[in-house]
Design a protein around this ligand. Sequence first.
Ligand code: 26W
Length: 799
Amino acid sequence: MKLTKKQFKQDFEKRLTTKFATDVEKAGPQETLAAVSSVIKAYYSKIWQEDNEYKDETKKKQAYYFSIEFLPGKMLKSNLLNLGILDTVRESLSDLGIDLDAIAQIEPDMAIGNGGLGRLGSCFLDSAASTGIPLNGNGIRYSYGLFKQKIVDGYQVELPDSWLDNGNPWEIRRADKAVEVHFGGEVWLEDDGTGRLMPHYRNQERVLAVPYDTPMVGFENTTVNNMCLWRSEVPKDLDLRFQNLEYMRQTAMLSAELYPDDSNYDGRLLRLKQEYFFVSAGLQRVINHFKNINKVPVTHIADFISIHINDTHPALCVPEFMRILVDEFGIEWERAWNITVKVMSYTNHTILSEALEKWPEEMVKNLLPRIYQIILEIDRRRTADLLPKVGAKLVHSTRIVKDGQIHMANLAIIGSHSTNGVAKLHSDLLKDVELHDFYLIYPERFNNKTNGIADRRWSQIANERLSGVLDETIGKSWRHNLNELKLLEAYKNDENTLERLQAANFDNKLRLAEYIQEHNGITVNPEAIFDVQVKRLHAYKRQLLNVLHILKLYFDIKDNPEIEMVPRVFIFGAKAAPGYHYAKSIIKCINEIANMVNNDKDVADKLKVVFMENYNVSLAEIIIPAANVGEQISLASKEASGTSNMKFMLNGALTIGTLDGANIEIFEVAGKGNYFKFGLTKDEVYEYYRNGNYNAHDIYEQNPIVHRILDAFIDGTIPNISAEGPEVFDSLTTYNDEYFVLRDFNDYVRAQKDLERLYKNKNAWAQASLMNIANVGKFSSDRTIKEYADDIWHVHEKK
Ligand code: 26W
């Protein structure tokens, strides 16, 4: 949009008066932020309204991304950038003595997700809007987002994230579009007089679902899509029988809290309730909208909408859509089923069995009696249909209802026309191993969609220094099309460019060093290698492998304080699920090792270990641009894709990583010599599983370096871990090291040495860094979302 400084200042000052009865001089930072946000909202609202009209008039097909998590982070700068007014607004505010970045910093992170899954959803919504693809989000407006992490005595402590305290300037509450969602009670079927069985209900609990719309503003275009988040409330005309405090509390609780676990299936009733709540409300709204806009029968709905099931949490979309078609529109079962399968598609994000959702039949039956009947009927018909075609064995292994449980992944695969993994390796594993039986039955449904990132946030917003250098070197086309970064390759031997790229990184390191000084009280040397591992804490991600390597370096120094070593700063950011005891123990160990290393005179500034509290999207925006090295060291086959790996690459960090998830594709395009690969391959891992011949204790006994490092956990070398040390030690020895940390240790150390060697050669390192940036184009989520739109949803870009 076009905006002059004069206009903005006028709008801003007026808003301070009309909304807050104050002025530039007297306004506090919260008021300033609120007034700026409110002005910006007015700017995009017009575009939003027009785009909605365009969508309604053209009736073009739209896709809906159902996800129990989103992780957008802060919105102010992203909205400014996308509207094309970031510089104008920054300068205008500066004229008024206001620092935009300081104001932007106090906006709370919208943290209604845990990690990769939610962040991917937000990258997709950003990219869809930016490429003109009609894709809308559907989720839950949790009053409390992901907990705030505090480190106390080295331990993680969880504090509530009440992000709505100062209101949310971006959202619009749409009370007129509220719908009801029903739970429990009894259901029975009666002939409606025409021979059709219709459901009748008694004693159902009613919950009001109120949508809050947050605009997803496209990058310098006219598209504004919607992220619809549902809040649970008590219906105003509540049946007296339910008019009690406990019920009211429960109803309000539905959208109160995000489940802070992204690794383990949690079979709690409230979670199942949340899943049905946003699925039912979302589908009702989508179908209501379809009815209002299109004057065609609902049997044509597959030509107008597409529903995406992001992991299994929204898998109830399948039976709920069937319920609406069959019960509410009176569509015959087989026909309804064909429509449902056409409309639905599903993404799998993990092969970890402990994360696979299954719900006890009794629970589903009691909470969602009609949905339960429909699931049984789907399962019954499918079994009858397939038995003669594929045989009992395959039918049984892929059944939805089995052993008293409802298998949500099975429901999602069977009830949709597309199942995809999130990186090549992961999708292959789904076909060949994890979902092989499904693949045999429905081969045409399986496909890969390698993840991507909203590159504008991770470069243009998070790394303005680098962005500036890129503009000066290759022009600005890369800001619209990340593939244009390829132009940078021509400067691989241009010393001036290499120097300026490194200088940008150095400035970001200074910024991070300052942050670390302020928040951790640790002085770090900006000349050191900034070696970063930021992601949720999970055993399979192997933060522990990183830790063992740090201890190796530490002992190298202790043995020989004069040893030559490129100084390193190891930086961690990680939240552990509150109930994940082992992960919390690792955090404690990291913090105690940090204390030990950072305060050891022998170490001087050769080694620093920093655990950064409360890792979230905003912190990532400070850390990643300052990294030299990104650690992507999960056990091969376990990390479905990873997406921070792509953010590091975009920011010019080199990856040290295993052949897992999207690392493989990153290595492919980064080119030899520009990354550090180590460790078992997925085939070697599976070979160990087949043979059962991995023996971690042998490694401990036979490798003196490993022996000494592990002993440090139990012999008092590392202080203050009398409970956690033995736990970690035992996990690696007695319990045979589930994620092959010891098996990969030697090769990891080797790769780390290669890395150090390259870093000593400033020019060669800068070249490798440049090659990472130049080849990151594939990992823009603009590319990913186009693939979903073309191959799965069949929705089209606005021209
Ligand atoms: C039921 C609890 C639960 C909650 C969330 C189980 C599993 C999940 C997610 C599937 C976990 C997740 O976030 N997976 C990550 O998804 C990213 C986006 O595709 C990938 O990049 C990560 O590799 C994958 O771990």
